[in-house]
Design a protein around this ligand. Sequence first.
Ligand code: MN
Length: 728
Amino acid sequence: MNLQTDEEKALIESAYREMLASCQKTLSTNDISQIHRAFNLANEAHKGVRRKSGEPYILHPIAVARIVSAEIGLGTKSIISSILHDVVEDTDYTIEDMERLFGSKIASIIDGLTKINADVFDANSSKQAENFRKIILTLADDIRVILIKLADRLHNMRTLSSMPIDKQMKIASETIYLYAPLAHRLGLYAIKSELEDLSLKYRYPEIYQDISEKLNATEKRRIQQINHFSLPIIQKLEENEIKFEISGRPKSIYSIWKKMQNKNVSFEEIYDLLAIRIIFEPYPHIPEKTQCWNIYSIITDIYKPKPDRLRDWISTPKANGYEALHCTVMGDQGQWVEVQIRSRRMDEIAERGFAAHWKYKEMDTSNQEHELDRWIKRIKETLENTQENALEFLDEFKLNLFASEIAAFTPKGEIRSLPKGATVLDFAYDIHTEIGDHAIGAKVNHKLVPLSHVLSGGDQVEVITAASHRPTPNMLEFVTTAKAKAKIKDALRADAKLQADSGRVQFEKICRQHNVEPNRNDMLQELMATYSTATIDELHTLLGLNRISPDRVSRIVKKYSPNSGGFMRSIFGSNKNTAGKSKTSERSPYIAASCCSPLPGDEVVGVRSADNLIVVHKATCPECIRLMAQYGDRIVPIKWSGQEQLQYLTRVEIKGIDRMGMINDITGVITRQFTVNISKFHIENNDGVFVGYVELYIQDSRHLKALISNLQQIKGIDSVRRMDAPSD
Ligand code: MN
């Protein structure tokens, strides 16, 4: 057995002391003695167990507790739960032991964490989605479970290098797919960007390395520029007797990479790498908002602001509680600099999110329900009574995770907050399921509109209902909230069940007439093939809805009647199935994903499909990230090897000022200089400015880059960029 060496004992002891010392909250002696009890128990329970890296296991729960206390700012119960978070999962202790030793609250947090843990590394995708679902469900229970889970994930990401590569890819994909957005939604900015950076580091080590080297190489110059830029601001703020801190803020590696991808530019072309943050100590009795704008006014007296880059998150905070004033101004050397202005309180909320938010909420006397409370409440509602399968549920939830919000009013002036893009029907379901199920239209600001009408912030909405109305499948197309979708599906399912029941009764009657068993397999096969249904339930439903003629069904059933010879034919028919299958083995094992059309030379990743093909996606493809997170065991790390002979259809967008001969010049470059085949050329002229799309077959991304740069040199061309996924 591997026992702890003296050296390890000292290491564990000092990690534990440091964790206690880093705690943001002041701990009472009672708190400390309880934490101590938890530590002794966990240390004893995990004794002799090591992590993949070889270090004693107990260092992991200590590190999680440290993140929870120092970086998220949670208190004693959360620290204890963190220390004990793997004890029930990995040792002989039970939840009952935890309850007996540490009380019911801590036991229920540990129980939540253990349940989430259970199948993290399960290869089965639906189980994995189910696991995600459990994580989200816990939001409704005790948010501390989620916060500790995030800390657990963060520490696992920090120590991911000791895992095998496919596990790294899987864990990193899950992280970017779910955990980083979740951290963002809960307002934990620092944790969110660290998760993003670490995920990038393991998914695409070369890209990560490249950007971080470039950042390091330019750091010195950036610091000089920031210092030069900040100097006059510091002087003015001091003259105005404002107490403040100012800091240069490097953009995260992930956000730089995102920008390079989205704008299709190189590292050198990103202009807003410079950013500073001003955190001030507010004067009492003057609204913080006023003080923010005062600082804004001081800064813009010195530097010219970029008008379209002003972001006021003070008058309307973000849905995750974020408050700040952002502006971009031009420094005296012609460079753009982003300036963030925040009070001390706003800064704490921005960095520590939920925990800080609650702390200030307790101090807030206005007793107003915060956006975040509303969001959690809505999640709870969504989770009630939904029968979605786990994967569908997860996709829905993801959509809601990113949505920004608008506020609409009921006729009585009650505020409902909804994701941007929400329609009248979303609003109806938000108020009540009954109202949604029977809604036929609405008056928005006293004008009649259809259910599909998209709401704007500040709209007053009066829903019109009709008792006889029921949801129809097309309604799914014009709702955006998970709640409305789930409720419409519930209603459709309930209706379908009714129709299927009545159809089944009809069908059984027909079978009785012809003296045929209603579950006779060959007959059902023929019926399903005739009406192209996947299940017999669907067939019943069609019959119940009168979509198919009972007479025709009766004729088919009759063939299987004992006094008819017709069934021989259908037996022969079933032979066909086996013929098609042998073809699969001749196919190439790799195909390019249609969602992102990767080219040789692009950063790519492979995902094994259900029929054993390896589908190649671009590294940035959101569909691919989703697949990797949900089907982690199917990731195939791949790279292009040398020159691929195939050509790839790709689409290039060209913008510029139209002139005589422009089209000629463009096609000239493409066909003469590059001898590539144009498959489509579409151009639109709008008052002298044109936008065009060219679809062409090209060998690899290096050729494409050369082509783009040659096109850019044509006179009058403003921008040329590669578009993903040629449509139709
Ligand atoms: Mn853990």
